[in-house]
Design a binder for this molecule. Structure first.
Ligand SMILES: [Zn+2]
Length: 349
């Protein structure tokens, strides 16, 4: 059994969003013996990057599954190109507008008709709704990924979100109609852009544990777990702490051990708001990949990369370059080694 996981750097500056593509199982056998999955694709300068990677390096035009983790532009804006240029069998993405009748009561104006609410949610999440429309026009099967779902004979398991949790989040999305006071939980806090630097040392823990301060959209991210033979990979999108804890609870309850991962996809471009020591005490991995732009002081947080290193993980950051994690000796001789992230003496306060 073999696999390759590639983080393709696309976009630059403030507008980025790496795409992840992978293939796994009997890679040296005919195409039907292995599968190709693409996870997210945000802003890009040229669509050729990822498409060529799959056609020229994987030697196929067929993608078995595309996963759109959540509706933010840096994750889905260019995914339609994958659907257009390659033969995609299935698209896994949430369709919040289809839940309108279930969640009407959660909105301030619960008298609204289901159709009207549906339209408002579709408008609020236009990028996502356009992606669904595009997939339908190409006859691609669209499936909502919720907890318990599995693909590829149990290789891929969706750990989170559950359908109930996802529905609770929809009224809290930025552009959807206002949620009822009782439902709405303030998850937006204002942050100052100034960074105070403090000393870090190898033996102290600087990640605070209790604040959940990212957007509901981020928190709706699909958390997926791949077990390819005995190798395990966890993808987290931009999910925040509550979602991660829920995913970890689910994994533990179902005897999925996440303490010996081969690859840990660090959530939300390495932001310190999405991860805590409590979460990192429940996960361990030999490698951690961070999808982050070329020049950003906040992404990834040095606190986060330091703590990953303290946990014994080797950390690599895309920073606008492609990075690859593979098993069982595939030939990538033209890909050079990438510099490991170092331990930082000073971290953000
Ligand atoms: Zn993001």
């Amino acid at each position: 059994m073999q696999y390759e996981v590639d983080y393709m750097a696309v976009g630059d500056g403030e507008k980025w969003g790496d795409a992840i593509c992978m293939r796994f199982w009997n890679l040296s056998w005919p195409r039907n013996e292995w599968s190709v999955v693409v996870i997210d694709w945000g802003f890009t300068d040229s669509w050729e990057n990822l498409v060529n990677h799959i056609t020229k390096l994987y030697w196929t035009n067929d993608v078995n599954l595309v996963i759109a983790t959540h509706p933010d532009a840096d994750h889905i804006l260019w995914l339609h190109v994958v659907l257009e240029k390659l033969n995609v069998a299935q698209l896994a993405m949430h369709l919040p507008w289809n839940h309108a009748s279930d969640i009407k009561e959660l909105f301030k104006n619960s008298d609204i008709s289901t159709t009207r609410l549906e339209t408002k949610i579709e408008k609020a999440l236009k990028n996502a709704s356009d992606l669904e429309d595009f997939a339908i026009s190409k006859w691609i099967e669209v499936i909502e990924p919720f907890q318990w779902m599995e693909w590829f004979w149990w290789i891929l398991k969706i750990l989170w979100p559950s359908k109930e949790y996802y529905e609770w989040l929809i009224p809290q999305f930025r552009e959807t109609p206002k949620a009822k006071e009782s439902v709405f939980e303030t998850i937006w806090k204002s942050f100052s852009d100034a960074i105070n630097w403090i000393e870090d040392q190898f033996d102290i823990d600087l990640l605070d544990d209790d604040t959940d301060t990212t957007s509901a959209e981020n928190n709706s991210s699909v958390i997926s777990f791949f077990q390819i033979w005995e190798r395990k990979i966890l993808f987290t999108g931009d999910s925040w702490k509550t979602a991660l804890h829920n995913a970890l609870d689910f994994a533990e309850a179902n005897n999925l051990d996440l303490t010996n991962l081969s690859l840990f996809d660090v959530p939300h471009h390495g932001s310190k708001r999405n991860i805590s020591s409590k979460i990192l005490n429940r996960i361990s991995a030999s490698m951690a990949f961070v999808s982050a732009p070329k020049e950003s002081i906040k992404h990834p947080s040095k606190k986060v990369t330091n703590w990953l290193k303290k946990k014994g993980m080797n950390v690599w950051i895309t920073r606008w370059q492609n990075i690859c994690h593979y098993e069982w000796g595939l030939n990538r001789s033209w890909w050079g080694p990438l510099q490991l992230e170092e331990f930082h003496e000073k971290v953000e306060d």
